[in-house]
Design a binder for this molecule. Structure first.
Ligand code: S3P
Length: 175
C-alpha cells in the first residue's frame, strides 16, 4: 500500500506518519528530508540559490521516484499536492490522507518551530495569520481531494490506521 500524508506546513505530517507506518508495516519516508539527502543541500539553500520553481521540479522528481516503492508512507511537503498533477497522481497510485489542522494551531506551531521554512521566513504572528488564511483557501482545493481527511490529526493516528486497514481489506477483496 502507498500512503501519502498531505497537509499544510506544521500540520504534523511526519509526527503522524511514523506511527502509521509502523502499524501498516510500511517504510516511512519524509519527502523534504529525502530531497535534502539526494541534493546534499537544505531546502532553504535550494530556494535561495535556485528559486521555488526549481524546488518544485525536484520535489516532483523525488515524489515520482519514491512512489515506485511498494509499501510506503510518505510525508510530503506542504506544497507538494498543489503543483503539477501531483495530487491526482498520488490519488491514482495510492491513498492520500489530509491532516486538516486548525489554523490557530498552525500559527503557534510555525512560530515556535526552529526549522527554516523559506516561504514564511521572518514573518511575525500577524503576517503569518494572514499568509495561512489566504494560502489555506488556495491549497484546500487540492488537499480536499484526499481519500481520507483527519480532522483532529494530533489525536487521529489510530483512526487513520483503522481507515487505511479498512481500505486495504476492501482492495484485497476486489482482487
Ligand atoms: C513547503 C513546505 C515545506 C517544504 C518547503 C515548501 C510549502 O514542507 O516542502 O519549505 O510549500 O508549504 P513542510 O510542510 O514539511 O514544512
Amino acid at each position: 500500500m502507498k500512503i501519502f500524508i498531505i497537509g499544510f506546513m506544521g500540520s504534523g505530517k511526519s509526527t503522524l506518519g511514523k506511527p502509521v507506518a509502523r502499524e501498516m508495516e510500511c517504510e516511512f519516508v519524509d519527502l523534504d528530508r529525502y530531497l535534502e539527502e539526494q541534493e546534499q543541500s537544505t531546502i532553504a539553500d535550494v530556494f535561495r540559490d535556485k528559486g521555488e520553481s526549481y524546488f518544485r521540479e525536484l520535489e516532483r522528481r523525488y515524489l515520482m521516484e519514491l512512489s515506485e516503492k511498494e509499501n510506503l508512507v510518505l510525508a510530503t511537503g506542504g506544497g507538494t499536492p498543489c503543483f503539477f498533477d501531483n495530487m491526482d497522481m498520488m490519488n491514482r497510485l495510492g491513498v492520500t490522507v489530509y491532516l486538516k489542522q486548525d489554523p490557530e494551531i498552525l500559527v503557534s506551531r510555525l512560530l515556535k518551530s526552529h526549522r527554516e521554512r523559506p516561504l514564511i521566513k521572518g514573518m511575525d504572528r500577524v503576517e503569518l495569520v494572514e499568509y495561512i488564511s489566504k494560502e489555506l483557501v488556495r491549497r484546500e482545493e487540492f488537499y480536499n481531494k484526499a481519500s481520507i481527511i483527519a480532522n483532529n490529526p494530533s489525536r487521529d493516528a489510530e483512526r487513520v490506521v483503522m481507515a487505511l486497514k479498512y481500505r486495504a481489506e476492501i482492495n484485497s477483496q476486489r482482487g
